[in-house]
Ligand binder design. Sequence first.
Ligand SMILES: [Zn+2]
Length: 186
Amino acid sequence: MTIVTATTNTPRVWAGCESCYAAGRLVGVWVDAIDAAELTAAQIHAGSGVDWSTEGCEEFVCMDNDGLPVSGEPSLAEAARWGEIYEEVGDIQWPALCAWVRSGSYTAEGDTDYPSVSDFEEAYAGCWDSFADYAEDLAEGCGLLADVPEELRGYFDLRGAWARDLAFDYSVETCETGGIYVFRSL
Ligand SMILES: [Zn+2]
């Protein structure tokens, strides 16, 4: 048995020094987002040859990131909060959560811009090849045609009109690996 321990979706950030950047030096390090808030000036400047203690280096920000659903330059604390959300939702569902956030029609936690993980879990209906596939599976799962005689079932076009009507209660986002993420409108 092969045990695959590597996680593939862990969001990472490049924590850079603003003072160094202003002085024309790109100084920073890649870390897992969740560790960003704990970074020290010494860790950020490690290997750069810059004496941060005499250069007045105090402002650090995420100048690049890999796998965060936000653009711009989040603070190290914001990156760490995203890291916590990643841990909460889990590696497998993280890309779906990011798609939900990028769609703009997600539920935020309190008065923040961070997504509500519990609402995400309620909304997320999986990754499918098409919405018609989801609709068909849903119909079968809830026994929509259970009382309809077998020989008549072929007359019900679950992938057509029924799926199109159903789609009004959902939103979909493109999945990077092909197919679509399906989200219930809450
Ligand atoms: Zn610096």
